[in-house]
Design a protein around this ligand. Sequence first.
Ligand SMILES: Nc1ncnc2c1ncn2[C@@H]1O[C@H](COP(=O)(O)OP(=O)(O)OP(=O)(O)O)[C@@H](O)[C@H]1O
Length: 250
Amino acid sequence: MIIEARDLKKHFGSIKALDGVTVGIPKGITLILGPNGGGKSTFLKLATGVYRPSAGEIRVFGEVPWNNGRLKARFGVAYDPPAFPQFTTGREWLTLFAESKGFGEEEVERVAELFEVKGFLDKRISGYSSGMLKRLSLAQAFVGKPELIFLDEPLANIDFDSMERVIEIIEEMKKTNFVVISHIWEPLIPIVDWVVVIGNGKLVLSGEAEEVQEEVEKLFKPHIERSKRKGAQEGPSSSGQEGRQTPATR
Ligand SMILES: Nc1ncnc2c1ncn2[C@@H]1O[C@H](COP(=O)(O)OP(=O)(O)OP(=O)(O)O)[C@@H](O)[C@H]1O
């Protein structure tokens, strides 16, 4: 196991963000799922040493992440929402970050190309769209090809082509381990090895992707029936207009 949590707790005042999670995450690609406010990002921040556990323990590569610069140098992280200094350019920020990890301009170019951020790299971050911010945060997480990469919502706010690209990049990096939190889970399932579900501060499920896929589908596949809405629109109580309005009819 590359990550092991034992009775892990994180409380913020009376909020029990994590309330006794015991779980092991193996090598490969792990997907963390769960409802809003369930504790996923808190788990990630405990694993990356941003938070210190209120009780229990978490270890990454056998080490405690809190206050552990040596361990932090071994992984990359993209948090959600991405946070950057606003008045630097993407290039300045990536260069500073790469240098802090012992890499130079070449590595900045590599990750910038990988996530197609080159077109706006010399603009100030304050002018970036949500998708640009997401792609810059992904580029940062991949600097130096770390052996473990944590990604919080890597597919949020990016267009379909970029989504496919991100999934391909993750799949191609065979030697890298990934821990990915994503509400957009379906396109990730084919490449995922392990799934962890955290809800209400507790572990709900942990297992091999193939074995738990059915259960995951039961828990998280949205069941929206088109016919009901159509029926409501066309029914006697509707405004009398048929079907969906086009911009011209509004
Ligand atoms: N720094 C904080 N201070 C206070 N409460 C916090 C803090 N971080 C998280 N929480 C609370 O802890 C709980 C778990 O939050 P967390 O962000 O871990 O959930 P999540 O599963 O990542 O949710 P989402 O899917 O909405 O991103 C929530 O009730 C949240 O409000």
